[in-house]
Design a protein around this ligand. Structure first.
Ligand code: 4GY
Length: 239
């Protein structure tokens, strides 16, 4: 899988990519990330990438030219290749999209800065506008990292144990159950007895119940979409 990130701040992305699971995935050749500095495609003595908005107002808008030329410079790989712009105006990114994208061959992510990008770049070269959440960042870089990270970890071999991808929060549309490790007693708080019982069926049931409880309490909106078994529905009615 190939990721290409177009940004004015490649160092910001580079630092993230060197760490942990992603760093290892890159070193092992499981994913490839190319960083493209939009500034390299700016023209003139000042290499400006922004300009004042038509119609007036504060703030600056990213010029379409540099982004467009940066995009044209990207090698498109065979297969499914998509161009994504990160912005609060986009469709909200979620786990099911990450799974779909993990099947693609190339993701080209464009990070905006300033107060926005010229609308014509959206109409010309972009397949999808994505938002990582309903808040405004100072640029698309953190959003792009969210997408790269969430997609990369779904690619076979990127996470060590292949089990963990599927057991995650959201994979069944529910929040994760509480988890514990040693010590058994920490600041006066004990690990729930059931987890020490060795009874795998009891543990499975407890975890499922806690998942459902948390989802019900914290994110009831998720329950409408979740795949619930008859057993789940019984547990929920007790909650
Ligand atoms: N939310 N999800 C987001 C963002 C910053 C102006 C375009 C978001 O993805 N990106 O807030 N991005 C804006 C800043 C230019 C990007």
């Amino acid at each position: 899988m190939k990721f290409d990130v177009l940004t004015l701040f490649p160092e910001m992305i580079e630092a993230c990519l060197r760490q942990g699971v992603l760093g290892r995935a890159i070193n092992r050749g499981l994913i490839h990330v190319t960083l493209i500095n939009i500034r390299d495609f700016a023209r003139g003595a000042h290499k400006t990438t922004d300009d004042r908005p038509y119609g007036g107002g504060d703030g600056m808008i990213m010029k379409p030219g540099p982004i467009c030329r940066a995009l044209e410079s990207v090698d498109r790989v065979e297969g499914t290749s998509r161009v994504i712009l990160l912005s609060p105006q986009g469709k909200r990114f979620e786990q099911s999209m990450a799974w779909n994208m993990s099947q693609w061959d190339q993701l080209i992510l464009i990070c905006g800065r300033y107060d926005g990008v010229d609308e014509r770049i959206l109409l010309a070269g972009i397949d999808l506008e994505l938002s990582v959440g309903d808040y405004v960042l100072t640029g698309g870089e953190l959003g792009a990292m969210v997408v790269v990270d969430a997609v990369a970890r779904l690619i076979p071999g990127v996470l060590g144990g292949e089990r963990s991808r599927l057991e995650d929060s959201f994979e069944e549309g529910l929040l994760k159950y509480p988890q514990y490790t040693r010590p058994r007693r920490f600041q006066g708080m004990e690990v729930p007895d059931v987890l020490l019982s060795g009874d795998h069926e009891k543990i499975r049931l407890w975890r499922r119940k806690e998942s459902l409880r948390r989802t019900f309490e914290r994110r009831p909106d998720l329950l409408e979409q979740a795949e619930l078994t008859a057993e789940d529905k019984t547990i929920l009615s007790e909650l």
